[in-house]
Ligand binder design. Structure first.
Ligand code: COA
Ligand code: AMP
Length: 656
């Protein structure tokens, strides 16, 4: 595949190099250059902002690429830097967390001192249950402060937190339990979705039942004003009971490259893989990014409207803002429907938010309900300086609408679970333009040497579409491997372009260095900013007894960007009514992956196109369902299948 043939999922992206004198600030330019030319000096300076138990003796070791180690010989504790440090410096009375929960009709605040008390007590509970440095603690919770407390308590002990998004089903949990073998699971009794209670505890029980590995204990947080669930005396402990009598536990220093957390994400294969996040590099870069990318000062209110189950929520609802002594808003609600499309504006007004970070999907859904943004005029938006978006492509209409509605610059930036912080952005703190070219995600963040290359790894001309790669060494704080699978780390990300990290995103870099991200080059789809593997959904579909084969592709969706669409082949002679089978398949996907997959549409077909090597050309099938022009590859065995599929798509779409 040549660079120009890289599939573009989105159309209408105007790459308009609208450059002004202020586009490239000297501060940014110098910082970026220094970060690549004098890496050690640049990041050592940033590392000085944190408190170390033992100072490092070498900033970077890249002698065994792609494995890179940072701050060798250093000892640090992330929780100390994110919590204790601020209390010791006299900021204990500042709110650390504002929990705004329209689904429980409540708003509460927790100061840094209160957070320290809760975190050190929960660390005491975990320690009593046997959790030690390096042990995994799985966290399956809604957007409540206790989720943040659990993450911090785990790293306080040198444990490794593994947060699983609440929208994943029990089977997904069990796969993760078997993979990371947690010593303890922490869950809440319920999550609250606008239309229903989500019973977390039975899902945890079901997952443990299915898994081979059995955690020692499950800590259950029983939410106030909801019926407590019955606990099993042998396996469960009650959060509230334990915390009230717990002895606070101190921070345990860990070596700089000790894993701080695992976060499962989707790739081409059906099995989720866990990105391993190193402690020191991640803490240093997140702390640095709060000032230099997002341009906020300690004490200001930072709101990331993303679930802590995703990388965005990890880095910027929890770890980044707390490291930098900001107040983080934990929002337990939706952009619309809790109770209406004014929630985002209300929260900015009520809590005086300085910087909002959300996914374009959230903006699109508010725009659909309130196209004139009438709600925004009822609230004071003056505190908001910037609105950052990421997770999926932000269309220009939505960005322009949001700029007016939120009365703030809208800055698209690009990153991945693997990187844990942005690869490209408008670095506000370094003076980058607040009006980057429409459709771009900004410029490479310091530490990132971003190139766009063709299939042979040769750089393409500015403005040409290609594969986005990053020259090694990878920046600090990015994933250091895949959990217990160094081979797949190397093979998946570093083999195709020797000396580079393959981002698996296709895009364009213009002559000034602005990067626009178009589509994934692998079989990952992005549903409402959530990354899902086509192969994984196909596996769930194929577990239906009447299904022979399935191909899942991304269908364009006005709100969610895309949703999964399945081409399904049934067993010959299957006599059950097709609609019934389709509804059963939809249920299977919900049970096996979770409602978050948002799988609702597909079609039954008699055959699928195949290349001579037996592969299904998903990109072509995607063009077909999106009614876009498609090209039949010369390696396709029988191209007569395409008109047949087109005909079926016109007449026989199935929906749930
Ligand atoms: N626990 C349990 N179930 C959850 C869940 C959670 N934490 N989050 C979502 N779900 C369920 C929903 O209830 C829904 O179930 P349903 O099919 O029974 O209705 C399903 O998963 C899909 O949810 P969602 O993706 O939230 O879609 P939606 O149609 O309910 O809402 C939006 C649409 C746009 C409001 C929503 O997708 C949204 O807020 N997106 C923001 C995206 C985002 O934050 N991305 C993070 C990466 S930056
Ligand atoms: P995740 O790992 O879930 O954060 O998803 C990462 C993927 O989301 C990236 O590889 C991109 O495909 C997509 N993505 C993230 N941010 C952007 C953005 N600003 N523009 C376009 N795509 C994005």
């Amino acid at each position: 595949m040549s660079a120009s043939s890289v599939a573009i999922r989105r159309t209408g992206i105007a790459i308009r190099p609208k450059l002004t004198a202020k586009t490239y600030s000297t501060a940014y330019h110098e910082a970026h250059k220094k970060s690549l030319d004098c890496r050690e000096e640049f990041w050592a300076e940033a590392a000085e902002d944190l408190t170390w138990f033992k100072k490092w003796n070498k900033v970077i070791d890249h002698t065994n690429p792609p494995f890179t180690k940072w701050f060798l010989g250093g000892e640090i504790n992330h929780c100390y830097n994110a919590v204790d440090r601020h209390v010791e410096k006299g900021r204990g009375s500042q709110p650390a967390i504002i929990h705004d929960s329209p689904v429980t009709k409540s708003v509460s605040k927790m100061t840094y001192s209160e957070l320290l008390d809760q975190v050190s007590r929960l660390a005491g509970v975990l320690s009593k249950l046997g959790v030690k440095k390096g042990d995994r603690v799985m966290i399956y919770m809604p957007m409540i402060p206790q989720a943040i407390i659990s993450m911090m308590a785990t790293v306080r002990l040198g444990g490794i937190h593994v947060v699983v998004f609440g929208g994943f089903a029990g089977k997904e949990l069990s796969v993760r339990i078997n993979s990371c073998k947690p010593k303890v699971i922490i869950c809440a009794n319920y999550g609250i979705e606008p239309t229903r209670l989500v019973s977390y505890k039975p899902m945890v029980d079901q997952a443990i039942e299915m898994a081979e590995h059995k955690p020692l204990k499950t800590i259950v947080f029983q939410r106030p004003n909801l019926d407590p669930v019955t606990l099993n005396n042998n396996t469960d402990v009650d959060w509230n009971e334990q915390i009230s009598s717990a002895r606070p536990h101190d921070c345990v220093p860990v070596e700089s490259n000790h894993p701080m957390y695992l976060l499962y994400t989707s790739g081409t294969t059906g099995l989720p893989k866990a990105a391993v996040r190193p402690t020191a590099g991640h803490s240093v870069v997140l702390n640095w990014s709060m000032q230099n990318i997002y341009g906020v000062k300690p004490g200001e209110i930072f709101w990331t409207a993303a679930d802590i189950g995703w990388a965005v929520g990890h880095s910027y609802a929890c770890h980044g803002p707390l490291l930098h002594c900001n107040t983080t808003v934990i929002y337990e609600g939706k952009p619309v429907g809790t109770p209406d499309a004014s929630s985002f504006f209300r929260i900015i007004n009520d809590h005086k938010v300085s910087c909002l970070f959300t996914a374009p999907t959230a903006l699109r859904v508010i725009k659909r309900e309130d196209p004139k943004a009438t709600a925004s005029s009822k609230y004071d938006m003056s505190s908001l300086r910037t609105l950052f978006v990421a997770g999926e492509h932000c269309d220009i209409d939505t960005a322009q609408w949001a700029m007016k509605a939120f009365k703030s610059p809208v800055l698209d930036h690009w990153w991945q679970t693997e990187t844990g912080h942005p690869i490209t952005a408008s670095c506000v703190g370094l003076g980058n333009s607040l009006e980057p070219p429409s459709g771009s995600t900004g410029v490479p963040v310091p530490g990132w040497d971003v190139q766009v290359v063709d299939e042979d790894g040769v750089p393409v001309e500015p403005g040409q579409l290609g594969n986005i790669v990053v020259r090694l060494p990878l920046n600090l704080g990015t994933f250091q491997t895949i959990w217990e699978d160094d081979d797949s780390y190397v093979d998946t990300y570093f083999k195709k372009y020797p000396g580079y990290y393959d981002t698996m995103d296709a895009g364009v870099k213009d002559e000034k260095g602005y990067v626009s991200v178009m589509s994934r080059t692998d079989d990952v789809i992005n549903v409402a900013g959530h990354r899902l593997s086509c192969g994984h959904i196909e596996e769930a579909i194929c577990s239906h007894k009447d299904v022979v084969e399935a191909a899942v592709v991304a269908k364009d969706d006005e709100i969610k960007g895309s949703t999964p669409f399945a081409y399904i082949i049934l067993k010959p002679g299957c006599s059950v009514e097709k609609n019934q089978i389709f509804q059963e398949i939809v249920q299977l996907v919900r049970q096996q992956i979770g409602p978050v997959a948002a799988f609702k549409e597909g079609i039954f077909v008699n055959r699928l196109p195949k290349t001579r090597s037996g592969k299904t050309p998903r990109k072509t099938l995607e063009s077909l369902v999106n009614k876009k022009p498609y090209k039949v590859s010369p390696t396709i065995e029988d191209e007569t299948v395409y008109p047949e599929l087109e005909q079926l798509l016109k007449n026989e779409m199935m929906e749930s």
